[in-house]
Design a protein around this ligand. Structure first.
Ligand code: SER
Length: 902
């Protein structure tokens, strides 16, 4: 079964049971505690915590996920993928354990012909949390899983949380037994590769606090008992496609095959090569999906996750012997495999591939220079201590000079049978960090060696920043710095760093983003895309030569992109106002812990122990906007620290100031130490709209806001949305929430009613059927063809109900079959005394299935199957009685009435 079909059946199963389909969220988590979405429940976290009211009480999704903690295991074990899709169903205070267990089991064991996955129930094992008797009972009593295949495990295995404070609870997991060739028997408790987890059902009922591993306090009960489940789409696909591991399923294998073609290797011939081929297949797909969702390569955060994954793929190709560019050959193959489920990948492929290809090119240069250095070290045994350890200093140099992440060094060393003095490396890194902290602005050096900057500073003195007063400036070019250090000039297409004697460009600092713009010289033009101050006193423009060339010493004209600068300045002023208003509302302890001032938007992090009530946020927003209307002048001046303190300027957390400080004040309202640029008057900000408030760590909260036109556009969009809803519901805008609420509850009641009517109608026949049981050599046999259109769930309910009405002391076999949408379904149940007489529901089903061209599975107790030939239903039911007669009576059918057809 293709992966796309597995996903379709999943959603269909849960839509049938009243769930709303919610599309996958972007991999870029809206949750500030996570870099990337790593579970299906992430987008639903506010609902689970009760922070927001969900618009539905049951939801289902297939969520894109990236997890890199197990990255070393990718390719080595069959089940680890750095990208995977998690199919989930969620209940927000609606159903709980029993129904969640029933839904999962039904989908897994319902025959493929009936829309399920058709797993053989006998191959499935289950684990529950130690004392979770409820879940244990649900599995053994309601579903009928034999108790020996339900194992109780501890917190490490059967308790789920996000790894950070948030919702959590005990869970129950469903495993598939892949057979003795994969490891020892004994169930999931034994561990190993034989039993693979397919589905995790989490009973979300608590909120956890800070802690390490599974050692954390439970801080409260969640407002409701919720369900969060996660079924690994790739793991199910691995089983249903009959392949050994997830790198061989339909969505991944084509990349592996292409890598085989490119490298001339044979998959399956050599273990080390196989692992590399699988790494390529997995990582190329993850690269595609990450860039597809807007992640771009960087040296930190999620950009670093992408960079590392992409580089690992490229390096694996080189180790397989492919020295040419690899991604242009592989990425399109992954796109073709994934775009049936994600069509946007095909539409956006030009953007996606340009990032990926550029990163591969950049990595090749790094790799070449660094590998040469590495090889020299290894060949000459320099930098190798006690014969087999690469020194910390070498690892540090590879990192500092050649941009090798430590993971890469570790991998390359391991391939040479060497270990790395990681402790020494980390010590040098820590020393470097301390140095960097000492000069507070030595941030973001892009991994380059600081000595080039230091020598420019020593030779030419500090750069002068003139951007508080002007946005254009003539100035000589003091230095041109390339990737390899100092140089005298640059030509078209070069990426260089330029130092001017004086510049209006603002270097990123204090949360304010850098300016961008142009630098022109007599014979050329450069585009400035970033400005940093890697060593104090030096302003470095990162620029691309658009045309002509540039030489150190010549005259230049620098022009800042004014629109962007103004927009950033407005955001910065807005941040001061939000800071002030927040302190007015929450007290002076609500100090700033970080900020981002970008064009049209801002982010403000501050210290406060608990969530900020929405009423406070509304007040803060109102106060800030009132200050805008007051049209206060914004003024900056330099004064002494003491004076600044005396006039009550707020000083930012963690920053150090010299004797002289710059104070920015907005009228008499806000006064703060600040080196940034600002609007001239508060009214220039137009509107400030607070968007969200969330926790980003213990005691630190974050608000985000839009400023100016961006705020206006946002409000205008929301207005249109409300107007559309009002029109749709035919009520005034302010009545929309009540209206939606009323509709949702009516719908919910109607669904419940419908479900009940359907169940009643089916069960109404149960008594009659039980009374009409026939006796076959002492076995009560009931067979029945149900009304056309009866679904498999209802058949099973009917069978179990009839079985429950028959004398439990006497052997009984119940079989009901029915046609639905051109297909036949049959369910067979036997009771304990019948099993004692060697009757098995599965065996009966196997024989009956032949008449309807079908197949199915289940236990000795209860089995279910489906087939393509409804015309054979009567024969199938007849064969049940024949089977019983042969099994217990040597072939003779006894007397009595056999249930007829409707
Ligand atoms: N949150 C659980 C998991 O990620 C189930 O969805 O495994």
């Amino acid at each position: 079964m293709r992966t796309a079909e597995i996903r379709r059946r999943f959603l269909e199963h849960f839509v049938r049971t009243g769930h709303t389909v919610v599309p996958s969220a972007s991999l870029i988590a809206a949750d500030p505690t996570l870099l990337l979405v790593n579970a299906g429940m992430v987008p639903f976290k506010p609902y689970l915590l009760g922070d927001r009211t969900p618009p539905y009480s049951r939801a289902t999704s297939v969520q894109k996920c990236v997890r890199t903690v197990d990255i070393e295991d990718v390719g080595r074990f069959s089940r680890y993928g750095s990208f995977f899709q998690m199919c989930g169903n969620f209940s927000f205070g609606d159903y709980f354990k029993e129904a969640a267990i029933r839904y999962a089991w039904d989908l897994l064991t319902t025959a493929q012909a009936d829309g399920g996955y058709g797993f053989d129930a006998e191959q499935l094992w289950v684990t529950v949390y130690l004392d979770d008797d409820e879940a244990h009972d649900a599995w053994t009593r309601q579903i009928g899983v034999p108790a020996q295949r339900v194992q109780r495990l501890g917190k490490e295995d059967n308790y789920w949380d996000m790894g950070v404070p948030g919702p959590c609870g005990p869970d129950s997991e469903i495993f598939i037994d892949r057979g003795p060739q994969h490891g020892p028997a004994g169930g999931p408790a034994v561990g190993g590769d034989r039993y693979v987890e397919l589905w995790n059902l989490v009973f979300m009922q608590y909120e956890r606090g800070e802690g390490v591993g599974k050692d954390y306090p439970i801080v409260r009960d969640l407002p409701a008992q919720n369900i969060d489940t996660g079924m690994g789409l790739e793991r199910v696909a691995t089983q249903l496609q009959g392949v050994d591991n997830l790198y061989e399923i339909d969505e991944v294998r084509p990349v592996l095959d292409r890598a085989v073609e490119l490298t001339g290797k044979r998959y399956g011939a050599d273990h080390a090569d196989d692992v590399r081929l699988r790494v390529v297949a997995d990582h190329v797909r993850t690269t595609l999906m990450l860039i597809g969702d807007g992640v771009t390569p960087a040296n930190e955060g999620r950009g670093y996750v992408l960079r590392r994954i992409l580089r690992r793929a490229v390096r694996a190709m080189r180790l397989l012997g492919h020295d040419d560019l690899a991604l242009p050959e592989l990425l399109p193959v992954s796109r073709d495999s994934m775009s049936p489920s994600y069509p946007e990948l095909a539409q956006d492929f030009e953007r996606i591939s340009s990032y990926a290809y550029a990163e591969e090119e950049a990595f090749r240069s790094t790799l070449q220079a660094g590998s040469r250095h590495f090889d020299v070290m290894v060949t000459d045994r320099v930098g190798i201590t006690d014969g087999h350890t690469l020194s910390g200093a070498t690892a540090f140099k590879l990192h500092d000079t050649y941009g090798f992440p430590i993971d890469l060094t570790l991998e390359m060393a391991a391939e040479q049978g060497l270990s790395v003095d990681e402790e020494g490396f980390r010590r040098l890194m820590a020393e470097q960090r301390t140095r960097a902290k000492e000069d507070s602005r030595a941030r973001r050096t892009g991994g380059a060696d600081l000595s080039a900057y230091r020598s420019v500073l020593e030779g030419a003195g500090p750069s002068t920043f003139t951007g508080y007063a002007e946005v254009e400036r003539d100035s000589p070019v003091v230095a041109v710095i390339g990737a390899d250090g100092g140089r005298t000039g640059a030509g078209e297409g070069d990426e260089v760093e330029v130092v001017l004697q004086a510049t209006p460009f603002y270097a990123e600092a204090g949360g304010q983003l850098a300016d961008s713009g142009r630098i022109t010289v007599a014979g050329g033009e450069l585009e400035v895309y970033d400005v940093q101050s890697p060593v104090p006193g030096l302003i470095v423009h990162r620029a691309r030569v658009l045309r002509g060339e540039l030489r150190a010493g010549e005259a230049a004209h620098a022009v800042v992109d004014v629109e962007r600068r103004r927009s950033i300045s407005r955001s910065h002023t807005a941040t001061h106002l939000v800071h002030r208003a927040m302190r007015a509302a929450l007290g002076d302890s609500a100090t700033q812990a970080g900020s981002l001032n970008a064009p049209g938007r801002l982010r403000f992090d501050f210290n406060t122990p608990t969530a900020v009530p929405s009423t406070v946020l509304t007040d803060v927003e109102a106060q800030v906007n009132a200050v805008l209307l007051d049209d206060l002048p914004v003024r900056a001046f330099v004064t002494t620290q003491d004076e600044a303190r005396r006039i009550g300027a707020m000083a930012l957390f963690g920053e150090k100031y010299g004797d002289e400080v710059r104070v920015v004040e907005v009228g008499d309202y806000a006064r703060e130490l600040c080196g940034g640029t600002h609007a001239a008057r508060s009214a220039q900000l137009g509107v400030v709209k607070l968007l969200s408030e969330a926790s980003i760590g213990a005691g630190v909260r974050r608000v985000e806001a839009l400023v100016g036109l961006d705020a206006f556009r946002f409000l205008a969009r929301e207005h249109v949305l409300v107007a559309q809803l009002a029109e749709l519901f035919k009520v005034p805008g302010e009545e929309v929430p009540d209206r939606v609420h009323a509709l949702v509850s009516r719908l919910r009641d109607a669904e419940k009613e419908l479900e009940k009517l359907r169940a009643d109608a089916v069960l109404a026949r149960a008594g009659e059927l039980a009374a009409a049981a026939r006796d076959v050599h002492g076995v009560a046999v009931v067979t029945k063809e149900a009304a056309e259109g009866t679904g498999a769930d209802d058949l099973r309910r009917l069978v179990l109900d009839v079985r429950g009405r028959l004398d439990p002391g006497r052997a009984a076999v119940v079989a009901v079959a029915g046609a639905n949408s051109g297909r036949a379904s049959i369910v067979v149940a036997v009771n304990g005394p019948a099993r004692d007489r060697r009757l098995s529901a599965r065996d009966i089903l196997r024989e009956a299935g032949q008449a309807i061209d079908g197949r199915g599975g289940g236990s000795d107790d209860l089995a279910q199957g489906g087939g393509a030939k409804p015309a054979g239903i009567a024969d199938a039911l007849r064969s049940v009685e024949g089977h019983v007669a042969r099994q217990v009576g040597g072939g003779q059918v006894g007397g009595g009435q056999v249930g007829g057809t409707e």
